[in-house]
Design a protein around this ligand. Sequence first.
Ligand code: HEM
Length: 516
Amino acid sequence: MSIHSPSASIPQSTDFPFQYFSSTNLLPKISSSSTWLYTALGIVASLLVLEQVNYRYKKGHLPGPKWTIPIIGKFADSLHPTLEGYQKQWDSGALSALSVFNIFIVIASSNEYTRRILNSPTYAEPCLVAAGKQILCADNWVFLAGKAHVDYRRILNTLFTRKALSLYLSSQENLSREHFKKWLDMSAKTDKPVEFMMPARDLNMRTSLRVFCGQHIPEEGVVEISDKYWLITLAMELVNFPLALPGTKVYNAVKARKAAMKWLESAARLSKIAMRGGQEPTCLLDQWVMELLDTESKGRKDFSDREMALVVLSFLFASQDAMSSGLIYAFQHFADHPDILDKVREEQLRVRGGDYNKHMTLDMLDNMPYLRAAIRESLRLKPPVTMVPYKALKPFPIADDYVVPAGSMVIPSLYPSLQDPEVFPEPTKFLPERWLDPKSLAWSKPQNFLVFGSGPHKCIGQEYTVMNMACVIGTACMLMDWEHVKTPDSFKVKMILTLFPKDGLLLKFRSRVPVV
Ligand code: HEM
């Protein structure tokens, strides 16, 4: 098949019972009063046949079910995704196909096809999930494409320079310490372990909101956004029930977004007032407003409160689930590898000059190669984002023998590249050492380290993420011990948009030195 003739031909012989629909001898004598019924049945039957023909035509020779379940397709699987399920799909071929609610989906598992999708902006653009635009608003900058996206992103890059990152570091460290005290108190009160998933998400949400909005959001707003944000996470399924009726996940998520936007718009307004009034910048919004006020800096000078709030919303969306997943697995990996934790501690103590309570700076972080290698390895071993849904803007000749039909979802998978034994021998082991030598095999194939994606939409928060994880883990291991209470589900994976240990990670915390 040529690359310009999408998919395969219509099937010649089938195991689908077309004859059922055309078999007139099954029909009773048609009375005039029931004509409408048979007409309606005929139309429905034709649509169902058309659905199958269309699916088979688009699928072509790709591996995947021969027939799609009428109307819903693989909706049931997409409601309860499992890593094992995806592994099966990836193992079925470098490209494979399925359909959910008539959305045709092509999944890429190889490094080559995955990177081709991520780096072909004229053929495909990120669509997050099918309901992404409803939830994050269609006018959110993350849905821009081409030059408009590049220009917008250039401005946002100024929020993640080294100078900006060092501004955020002290809020991160102070909040981490507050939360460590809470976790230690929880452990001190009972013999039972803490189920770490929600406390970690809470630390992360509070850190993000304070780093992004500083004190421009009152505590009441932080609590409301943190409480409601979970509804947004729950709605981020690959394909949702198509109508956002009251009670559906998408409906609840839209309500949660409206509540969050009210606080975020107010924060943008207050930041502008504070910066114009000569106050010192303390957060990402302030950093942005200072950039706008700087007569030396080039680029757009006017961003409405709504535009700024939508950017913060996109950062919250992108960071909350992925960063929580990254942190939770880091706590699990370090608890399960005390020898590695010892090495991290040794390095921490050396760089902190023997002072357990010394606060971290970016310069100190530069001198912690072992901690950075361990965090990189933790993210490789359990990459929070396993795949990134994109949409084909036009027929996309992804392979010599296959063209992704326009309008299809096309999903690059990050996980298989990060578990490739050719690049990461013993891929299921936690081996920070593989990142210590710049000439190592792992470093020799940077194209395989897809934790943060690749191409024009590569994660804008990559450095911020590593800095935050290093700050939390580096400080935690100075001040606390934590023990992993293992259960039969500890090493099984639960997929809620990102990856989490199935038992929520049970930890017991103990103080090493008083937290100040
Ligand atoms: C462990 C943490 C994180 C992981 C694993 C992660 C991963 C990713 C991935 C895989 C992408 C898609 C890249 C692509 O399409 O090629 C992405 C995009 C993005 N990430 Fe992250 N991310 C993390 C944290 C963050 C944080 C903390 C922020 C915000 C401060 C952030 C902001 C974004 C944004 C805005 C995009 C879209 C960029 C664009 O379309 O230009 N991420 N991230």
